[in-house]
Design a binder for this molecule. Structure first.
Ligand code: KIV
Ligand code: ZN
Length: 520
């Protein structure tokens, strides 16, 4: 068992997380998230699956160029062309890792790979040594490891380490294991694999039974020293172990789990909010650590206890995860300098043009809303800055609504630099807006799956934040838009989802289709 008490945090938000429906991100969004992860102290960032598509390759490559501290990792199947693509994509990084995997469970070998055990062993030897010829730092994963027979798993791990793997990852790919069982599996490897001390053992747990975090911690207690996880727990199906939960569990229960990580926990809330804003994937209010209610005390008895001594009902402070009380910040008369310094204080580093755009939106908002809070500024920045390279841009909207119809939308969009305008009637104003966008930029295959509105702050003059999810031939995208006018926010959200869909279509290549069939 490993004696070192440092646990490596391997974040796969941009790979396993991005694979889940509705969580896809474009290049800029991935770069923004990678930068946040790097700054918060993530040790390894799995930036993507470079062979999957040109877009994935480019994203991993750009992240590799911009990373400061973190090791940048690219995923690959156990085939040379994947490994080669991963090596090329991560090449610019100061610290780089190739992560190669193959299934080892009887079920996966028989039905998915159609390979005999000996062929899998050969593939492990060849893939790991091929990767080791390209980079120094190679991780090998036994896909469906938790359902792999002990003897065979020990053999695979021993071969992978002999072939040069420095990290061995044991995934609970389908989220089937229980904590005791998973911990035993890791202990079994430490007891039986002769060269186990030559590698770091890692765990990668899915959340199908809600046990991903518990299983990851059991793995660490059994000797694993790397946890693979994602912000907000996003990932395939029910997701992966949530980074914020494993990190705060290790920190808060350090008495029982004396391990440390490099994560600056005060950056957790910022990372969670940014990811939600980028993907449009909201966090459930009662989600541990980052849910809106995670630090809210509603009942009288709890509030009374909190006033007497905060530790009566609080096991960690909101400040420790970077949660600040929402503060009144700016008003109608605030100038661009005040806005600039507020944005800086909130962690946004914007260039002059971005600042000018935000200031314009801020002034428009201040005309409609007396008090502007941190949350309003976050919604504006998310809405404005992430839209810069969009194909379709929102210009203006005039809507006819109310009991006496017909309800209609008169919308102006900028498409590839050209103004387009239509006026369309609909079954209510939202229907009219979405129909108008469809008329200007036809996309008959896309279906609206989710339309959701929430108020950014309290008060009837609050900004509305709208989320729209579109689904087209199995691809899903989420868009968000914010404005004091709910209908304008709706138009912005729909356009955002559509822009992401256009990117996603462009990204799809024969390689991507092929890789999807085997994506873990
Ligand atoms: O869940 C899984 O098995 C994976 C592997 C590629 C690590 O994501
Ligand atoms: Zn996974």
């Amino acid at each position: 068992m490993s004696s070192d008490n440092q646990v490596i945090i391997f974040d796969t938000t941009l790979r396993d997380g991005e694979q889940s429906p509705g969580c896809s991100m474009n290049l800029e969004e991935k770069l923004r998230m990678a930068n946040i992860l790097d700054d918060m102290g993530v040790d390894v960032i799995e930036a993507g699956f470079p062979i999957a598509s040109k877009g994935d390759f480019e994203a991993v490559n750009e992240i590799a160029k911009s990373a400061k501290q973190a090791t940048i990792c690219g995923l690959s199947r156990a085939v040379e062309k994947d490994i080669q693509a991963a090596a090329e994509a991560i090449a610019p990084a100061n610290k780089k890792r190739i992560h190669t995997f193959i299934s080892t469970s009887p079920l996966h070998m028989k039905y998915k790979l159609k390979m005999e055990a000996e062929q899998v062993i050969e593939a492990i030897k060849n893939s790991v040594s091929f990767a080791r010829n390209l980079v120094d730092d190679v991780e090998w994963s036994a896909e469906d490891g938790s359902r792999t027979e002990d003897d065979f798993l020990c053999h695979c791990v021993e071969i992978a380490i002999k072939s040069g793997a420095k990290t061995i990852n044991i995934p609970d790919t389908v989220g089937y294991a229980t904590p005791e069982e998973f911990g035993e599996k890791i202990k079994m490897l430490f007891n039986r694999v002769p060269n186990i001390d030559d590698a770091v053992i890692s765990v990668h747990c899915h959340n199908d039974l809600g046990l991903a975090v518990a299983n990851s911690l059991a793995g660490v207690q059994a000797g694993a020293r790397q946890i693979e996880c994602t912000i907000n727990g996003i990932g395939e199906r029910a997701g992966n172990a949530a980074l914020e939960e494993v990190v705060m569990a290790l920190r808060t229960r350090n008495d029982l789990m004396p391990y440390k990580t490099n994560i600056k926990t005060i950056d957790i809330t910022n990372a969670s909010r940014n990811l939600s804003a980028i993907t449009g994937f909201d966090v459930q209010p009662n989600k541990a650590i980052v849910g809106a209610n995670a630090f809210a005390h509603e009942s009288g008895i709890h509030q009374d206890g909190m006033l007497k001594h905060t530790q009566t009902y609080e096991i960690m402070t909101p400040e420790s995860v970077g949660l600040k009380k929402s503060s009144l910040i700016l008003g109608k008369h605030s100038g661009s300098h005040a806005l600039k310094s507020k944005l800086k204080e909130m962690g946004y580093n914007l260039d002059e043009k971005e600042l000018a755009d935000i200031f314009k939106r801020f002034k428009e908002l201040a005309d409609k809303k007396k008090e502007i809070f941190d949350e309003d500024i976050i919604a504006l920045v998310d809405d404005e800055i992430l839209r810069e390279n969009d194909k379709i841009k929102f210009i203006s909207l005039h809507v006819q609504a109310g009991t006496t119809g017909p309800q209609s939308a008169d919308i102006v969009l900028l498409i590839d630099g050209e103004h387009k305008n239509v006026k369309v009637e609909g079954n209510g104003p939202v229907d009219a807006i979405f129909k108008a966008i469809k008329e200007i930029y036809p996309h008959p295959e896309a279906k609206l799956q989710i339309y959701k509105v929430h108020a950014v702050t309290g008060g009837t003059d609050a900004q509305a934040e709208v989320t729209v999810r579109l689904c087209e031939n199995g691809r899903t995208t989420n868009g968000q838009g914010a404005d004091a006018d709910t209908l304008v926010a709706s138009a912005r959200a729909y356009i955002n989802a559509l822009n992401k869909m256009i990117l996603k279509r462009e990204k799809t290549s024969p390689n991507e289709e092929e890789s999807k069939a085997v994506t873990p």
